[in-house]
Design a binder for this molecule. Sequence first.
Ligand code: MF3
Ligand code: CO
Length: 251
Amino acid sequence: MPITIKSAREIELMTEAGRILEIVHEEMRKALRPGMTTKDIDRLGEEVIRSYGCVPSFLNYNGYPASICVSVNDEVVHGIPTDKRILKEGDIVGLDAGVIYKGYHSDAARTHAIGEISKEAKDLIKVTEESFFEGIKFAKEGNYLFEISAAIGRYASERGYGVVRDLCGHGIGSQLHEAPEIPNYEMPRRGVKLRRGMTLAIEPMINIGGYAVKWLDDDWTVVTRDGSLSAHYENTVLITDGEPILLTLSK
Ligand code: MF3
Ligand code: CO
């Protein structure tokens, strides 16, 4: 599939999808506490999504069985919410969510602390967010896609972190996953030229240890191979001829 350039109307709809998703994330963040289960988060997230007349885009996507991906500690992404997984003080939890508003998608992820967490965990979350912001310095019409990738990867790996290579960011629009794929590491070519109206879900996944990951037998949950902590940060980004617009982050 070619990369889609969104019309003004499509951008309006994606802006609303992004605004609602930001609220969903805010509500989930406020509810987080030790003792709650990952399924509690999924229930809350789905309820907030539907209360805005949106559809949770992950639910049943390729058979994924929930609305929110909840990934704890060494889980990188796509953790499946369950009544059995109880969050405890010191955990870090990645929340990844997507909504569909009038046919258009937004996609965003945050990693949060449960109570007090270690210095190492705090630094991981911070560097993961910072790597995203390094990347989007290059997210501008006329630049090349893999300038974003290289900036993210360089920032995290220079600081000693493992940058996950087996999963990427992606274009987004009327589909959750559109072209292009957006790696979080340096590529040996420059990739496509960015144009205004492209919408990209940029999503670094960063490990304290090595970059290697594996899939659990549920065929969804991705974990670090070495058992080290992992963090995820994602926003849906609109390319313009100036600063990029973060559709899922207004403040
Ligand atoms: N943000 C994730 C991604 O872009 C969410 C997809 S999870 C799935 O891949 F369940 F929907 F597959
Ligand atoms: Co995504």
